[in-house]
Design a protein around this ligand. Structure first.
Ligand code: SAH
Ligand code: DHB
Ligand code: MG
Length: 226
């Protein structure tokens, strides 16, 4: 990827966002607060956040599970797609990230429907699964540590129902997903995630490559069919 390519992708993201994703006080404040708190700038881009929002609406989602909260930017996009009685649970490893996210969600007026749970998701997911009244989720957004993506998809299957949607962010990673001898755990995990989805008869899935402010990446979209 040349710098020229990246500049062009960023310019087109700006063009799209200027027209279709109007500036919004709570979302802008969430990114500013995340930056002030030194969180990494790896939230979904605005036009990707809007895509998550639209997918949740198209799905008619009332319950959402997110794995990987960061400062709650994608959380705000998803939660705003839910009805007043909707519920979103977001799992975050870092207590510092979770604290920033909770403040951002409160500022966005979403603290009634969103709960941020702290801990390693592989610890908090089994607990979540035993709680009465939690799940099945209508939509699951997986966006945490990529090496655990196969495990997260397995948990998403346990916590959903036929008709639910599972979205996995960062499913292309600059094209590294095709490098069979790449030993980076994030790439190994991503490739294992594809193999798992491919052989899982309960999932119908595709993945789409994307370019933009966040470089060259992509997402996987799966529908639980049985
Ligand atoms: N979804 C966010 C970005 C998430 S970045 C957005 O688009 O706005 C990935 C997040 O996953 C980070 O905050 C990181 O701390 C968290 N994370 C990493 N490992 C994790 C784990 N094992 N369990 C839960 N969260 C984890
Ligand atoms: C990283 C994580 C993400 O979720 C993302 O969208 C981009 C980058 C990362 O860990 O580098
Ligand atoms: Mg991501």
């Amino acid at each position: 990827m040349t710098q020229e390519n990246q500049d062009r992708w960023s310019a087109v993201d700006r063009y799209i966002t200027d027209r279709l994703v109007p500036a919004d006080e709570a979302l802008t404040a969430a990114l500013a607060a995340s930056d002030t708190a030194d969180l990494p700038a790896i939230a979904v881009a605005p036009n990707q956040g809007k895509l998550l929002h639209l997918l949740a609406q198209v799905q008619g989602a009332r319950t959402v599970l997110e794995i990987g909260t960061l400062g709650g930017y994608s959380t705000i996009w998803l939660a705003r797609a839910l009805p007043a009685e909707g519920r979103l649970i977001s799992l975050e490893y870092s207590p510092a990230h979770a604290e920033v996210a909770r403040a951002n969600l409160a500022h966005a007026g979403l603290d009634k429907i969103v709960e941020v749970r702290t801990g390693a998701a592989l610890q908090t997911l089994p607990k979540l699964a035993t709680e009465p009244g939690v799940g099945p989720f209508d939509l699951v957004f997986i966006d945490a540590d990529k090496e655990n993506n196969p495990r997260y998809v397995e948990w998403a299957l346990k916590l959903t129902r036929p008709g639910s949607v599972i979205i996995v962010d960062n499913a292309v990673r600059g094209g590294a997903v095709v490098d069979a001898d790449n030993t980076n755990p994030a790439i190994v995990g991503t490739r294992e995630m594809y193999e798992l989805v491919a052989r899982e008869p309960r999932l119908s899935a595709t993945a789409v490559q994307t370019v933009g402010t966040k470089g060259y990446d992509g997402f996987l979209l799966a529908r639980v069919v049985a």
